[in-house]
Design a protein around this ligand. Sequence first.
Ligand SMILES: Nc1ncnc2c1ncn2[C@@H]1O[C@H](COP(=O)(O)OP(=O)(O)OP(=O)(O)O)[C@@H](O)[C@H]1O
Ligand SMILES: [Mg+2]
Length: 275
Amino acid sequence: MTTPAGLPESAVDPRPSTPLISMRLSAGYRGRPPVVENVELDMAPGEILGLVGRSGEGKSTIAMAILKLLSIRGGKATGEIRFRGRELLTLSEREMRRIRGREISLVPQSPIAALNPALTIGTQFREAWNAHSSAPYAGFEPRLGELLAGVSLPSEPQFLRRHPGELSVGIAQRVLIAMALVHRPALILADEPTSALDTITQSEILGLLARLNRELETAILYISHDLLSVASLCHRVAILHQGSIVECGPVSQIFARPQHPYTRKLLASIPRHPL
Ligand SMILES: Nc1ncnc2c1ncn2[C@@H]1O[C@H](COP(=O)(O)OP(=O)(O)OP(=O)(O)O)[C@@H](O)[C@H]1O
Ligand SMILES: [Mg+2]
């Protein structure tokens, strides 16, 4: 292969790695002005990108649009979402079902509400496994042990027989993170995964996400309104305001030299430690 200049391809700089996902997205809800317009975001494989904005700016709308689940909430997305060479917005529901949970998973904001209160934890893991019929049943038990150990949860039968109501919120969030990982997704959408947790449990979950990202190289879109947690976890951060990404860059750059007035305002609102 040669380049347009006639050089062999191997003689020029390698191209930047292909993004795992790149999008230019507009989305909103029936009968209302658009929530986001032409939001451009891309993520490299294995990257942790923070998506930050105040409540109501459209962070969850973006996550639901990526999963093509907006229509069940009366919403609609237009534009492009390119994921591993496929254009998600043109895929059928059947094709999307093969991607959801398998290649892109969601870790939701309210762990207890996201679990089925009537089913044991073990049963819910089995359902997550069976959601993709191509996964052979024989692989379930070893994978479950691996997953529970990976998120520092016990794998004893007594634990798996518990119901969600018997778990603390922090343990329930670990369960949901493990469930999101069942099929080794390339991308996790973590929609404010720590906002329901106390500060100590929050930092444990952030540590867990960071470790899983290092060990499994799973990319994470970390949605939050909390810049401090973003600073401790993310490689880059995108600031969402009034329907657009107003600023995006490495965490150190955004914290040290914020360019947009809204980013400066967000940074100024971080409570300082009294000591
Ligand atoms: N099902 C819906 N129908 C109509 N409007 C909706 C619906 N869901 C969300 N919205 C509106 O869309 C806007 C963006 O909501 P979204 O939930 O995406 O914000 P968010 O940034 O995730 O907020 P939060 O930080 O509170 O979770 C808000 O004004 C919200 O009221
Ligand atoms: Mg939200």
